[in-house]
Design a protein around this ligand. Structure first.
Ligand code: MSP
Length: 511
């Protein structure tokens, strides 16, 4: 069986991680975990994009060598992965020797085929974007703000013949519905491809930029940062080793909408095609998190620090918020109020209360054990009926990356468990000496425990730490596969119940 290979974009090493970086890792992690639970052999890669002008400049500003600067940033990004509970199998850094070797190899291969040539170039160059510009990039006769300082330069450089593959690429996108998700993004790519492609300048003279991977065929140049960065996906899969084709082609490159066109949808497939490597199966393109209606930016001073949120609430509330609030592919808004509402309402009131209520009653009425369900009356029947089909629906949503919908279903079911508890009111039954009431009491706790276990199985990919905690409190086995875990049974009878626990404490007001 081929490995399911999923990657995130590799983040620029020129600053600290922010909410957008955290989101992409969480989204990819939820997919990776969902696939593992579905039985796939998964390889999940994330990492850091360490070369280029911006990194060189950031290091210079701090008065340190670029490598030392990147080492510091890498610690932060790796810490972010650990703190968010990201289950990546590898963390690639583009300054690693394994990566430099693969970039060299691929450049040499394309060069030997005659698809890279040297030419003089005179034109406008954006230092901020590290790219040459065309007249058509101007808006109302001016270079847009996004390009920063634009200078006119003449220099010799190496170019890659992109245009030779334009028709092939257009055809591939048109005939492979799954290549770009969501599909409306493919239209944007096709729109871009209506214009003839310019050949891509893939070198930078060392005198202008020293911080990069040297061209194997000309040591006066380093390679353009995108040519270097994109290659991480094949390096990470072990390009050049026996295991490569076990992982490659990638099943999903998870990326933000800003880096679809042209890098991932145009440069990358063409680079691979030219190098004789299969192209990835799919690009999964997510939207952006805005902050209270505005773009997150240093200038606006509204960068949300994921470490702060994780420090206050733990990783799972943030993971839940990301998955519940964003429709994958669209932009979404982050506001502290919305975050707190999800934390308090869904996690605290719906899920957390159910857990503490059950454990509390288990301690008081059933010797801290899950009792037997011995009766099946209307309340049990209707809760079981509500469960029917829930798992299938939720998993189908997960398959379609509609995590927000899947979670909506799971939490609707959790609310039904709470309604069931209200209806059965075990705390009232506990006051009666009638054996029929005792049977109903035990049945109601057993039913709450079993239905909570089922709902929690569906939460494993999204809130893995909280889910593991709930299984532990219910005396249930840890879940590493959906199979065999989603059928209603009597699996918990006799298991010890944990002590009453508050899973989502009320947030303390911030100082
Ligand atoms: N280094 C390149 C990617 C190279 S991949 C071969 C890069 N780095 S980045 O740090 O600027 O962005 C990394 C990822 O974070 C991108 O997919 C980008 O879309 C995503 N996000 C950055 N800001 C974001 C938000 N505000 N919201 C959601 N994701 C965003 O681009």
């Amino acid at each position: 069986m081929k490995t399911f290979y999923i990657t995130t974009a590799i983040d620029y090493a020129n600053g600290s991680p922010h909410l957008g970086h955290a989101y992409e890792k969480v989204l990819s992690d939820i997919i990776a975990r969902h696939r593992r639970l579905s039985g796939d052999d998964v390889f999940f890669l994330t990492g850091l994009d360490e070369h280029g002008q911006k990194v060189q400049q950031s290091a210079a500003r701090q008065g340190v060598e670029p490598q030392a600067f990147c080492d510091g940033v890498a610690v932060q990004f790796q810490q972010l992965c650990a703190d968010l509970g990201i289950s990546n199998d590898d963390f690639i850094r583009t300054t690693q020797p394994r990566h430099k070797a693969v970039v060299s190899d691929i450049l040499q291969k394309i060069f030997d085929q005659g698809e890279i040539y040297k030419a003089d170039y005179q034109g406008f160059y954006s230092t901020r974007q590290e790219q040459f510009l065309r007249e058509t990039d101007k808006v109302n006769g001016k270079w847009p703000e996004l390009f920063g300082e634009v200078v006119e330069i003449t220099e010799s450089n190496y170019f890659f013949k992109l245009s030779a593959y334009q028709d092939w690429l257009i055809d591939h996108i048109k005939t492979h519905e799954d290549f770009i998700f969501p599909r409306f993004r493919a239209k944007q790519v096709l729109e871009f491809l209506k214009e003839p492609l310019n050949d891509l300048c893939i070198s930078r003279p060392k005198e202008r930029l020293a911080w990069g991977i040297e061209l194997p065929f000309d040591k006066d140049f380093v390679t353009y940062v995108w040519f270097d960065a994109l290659v991480n996906y094949v390096t990470g899969a072990g390009y050049g080793t026996d295991g490569f084709l076990q992982k490659w082609p990638a099943d999903f490159h998870v990326i933000g909408k800003d880096i679809l066109v042209p890098p991932h949808a145009v440069y990358w497939p063409i680079m691979l095609k030219a190098a004789g490597i299969e192209i990835p199966k799919s690009l999964l393109v997510h939207g952006w998190w805005n902050i209270s209606g505005e773009k997150m930016s240093k200038t606006l001073g509204n960068i949300v620090d994921p470490f702060e949120l994780i420090g206050r609430f733990g990783p799972d509330p943030l993971r839940y918020f990301f998955a519940r609030e964003m429709t994958v592919g669209q932009d979404s808004d982050f506001s502290p109020d919305q975050f707190l509402t999800r934390y308090t309402d869904d996690l605290g009131n719906d899920l957390g209360n159910l857990v503490s209520r059950l454990l509390n009653m288990g301690g008081r009425y059933t010797e801290q054990k899950v009792p037997e369900a011995s009766v099946e009356e209307d309340p049990e029947k209707s809760l079981k009926a509500a469960w029917e089909g829930t798992a299938d629906k939720v998993l189908a949503h997960y398959e379609d990356f509609a995590f927000h919908r899947g979670l909506e279903e799971v939490f609707a079911f959790i609310r039904k468990i709470n309604a069931y508890a209200e209806q059965r009111a075990p705390w009232k039954l506990a006051k009666s000496d009638d054996p029929a009431d005792r049977a109903a009491l035990e049945t109601s706790l057993a039913t709450m425990a079993e239905s909570l276990r089922l709902a929690t199985v569906l939460l494993v990919p999204v809130i893995p730490q909280v889910a593991a905690r709930i299984f532990d409190l219910l005396g249930a086995e840890a879940v590493d596969a959906y199979e065999g875990k989603l059928a209603w049974g009597n699996s918990l009878a006799g298991q010890p119940l944990g002590d009453k626990t508050i899973l989502f404490p009320r947030p303390q007001p911030q100082e």
